[in-house]
Design a protein around this ligand. Structure first.
Ligand code: SF4
Ligand code: SF4
Length: 213
């Protein structure tokens, strides 16, 4: 599905459609231990100690966003979910049975805080896209050359490959759709997100300098 919907907004719309199809009735958001920084895997744990339960998945996500001081409007699953009629993210429309105790607010949570933009025409200019958007990089000191990142890459013929037998794999950024499946699958925390300075200047760069703690 990453390959069919490489644009993050389209992918979020697909998730909303999947949700409409499955029709879950209760949503339980486990925020006892949460992860910040490098993602979608291998970030740093923080204790929040919260469980959120809601019939409305968008309200649950939006409420968690507010616990970490993140604007839900910058989270495509919230906006696309609301657009698909799954629920609401605006604070005034969400009724909290227990309120939000001050103890549950996490300050300085390391998360991407910019509005997500479409690749648009940039998908036809991969070099420029590479200069603007965050992309995965491999730390050679941590890579054990297990090959898991190659196996999960959904791009036909792979956007990450071994080129030399004893060296870590190499990315082909012209073909990489930035789905982060490789980062999620690396068992050795060797892949992190690099935010190019030009993208950071344009407000598109993600977790600048915080890819790995
Ligand atoms: S999954 Fe991680 S450790 Fe394994 S080859 Fe890829 S980058 Fe290296
Ligand atoms: S190299 Fe990684 S981020 Fe790029 S398409 Fe493959 S799995 Fe996705």
């Amino acid at each position: 599905m990453h390959l069919r919907h490489p644009d993050v907004l389209d992918f979020s719309r697909m998730l909303a459609g999947l949700h409409l199809h499955l029709k879950p009735r209760l949503h339980v958001l486990d925020a006892v231990t949460v992860m910040e920084g490098n993602g979608p895997r291998n970030g740093d744990p923080r204790t929040l100690g919260a469980l959120l339960l809601s019939e409305d998945p968008v309200a649950a996500d939006a409420t968690f966003c507010r616990l970490i001081d993140l604007d839900p409007e910058h989270v495509p699953t919230c906006t696309e979910g609301a657009g698909a009629g799954l629920g609401c993210w605006q604070a005034g429309e969400i009724e909290l049975k227990e309120g939000i105790p001050a103890d549950f607010l996490l300050s300085n949570f390391r998360v991407i805080r910019h509005r997500v933009t479409r690749d648009g025409l940039l998908r036809y200019y991969p070099r420029l896209r590479h200069l603007l958007f965050a992309h995965p990089v491999i730390d050679p000191a941590l890579c054990r050359r297990c090959g898991d990142c190659l196996r999960v890459c959904p791009v036909p013929d792979k956007a990450v490959r071994f080129q030399e037998r004893r060296a870590p794999p190499v990315f082909d950024y012209r073909r990489c759709i930035r789905c982060w499946c490789c980062q999620e699958s690396c068992p050795h925390r060797a892949i992190h997100s690099a935010a190019p300075w030009l993208g950071r200047l344009a407000g598109l760069g993600g977790l600048a300098g915080q890819g790995r703690a």
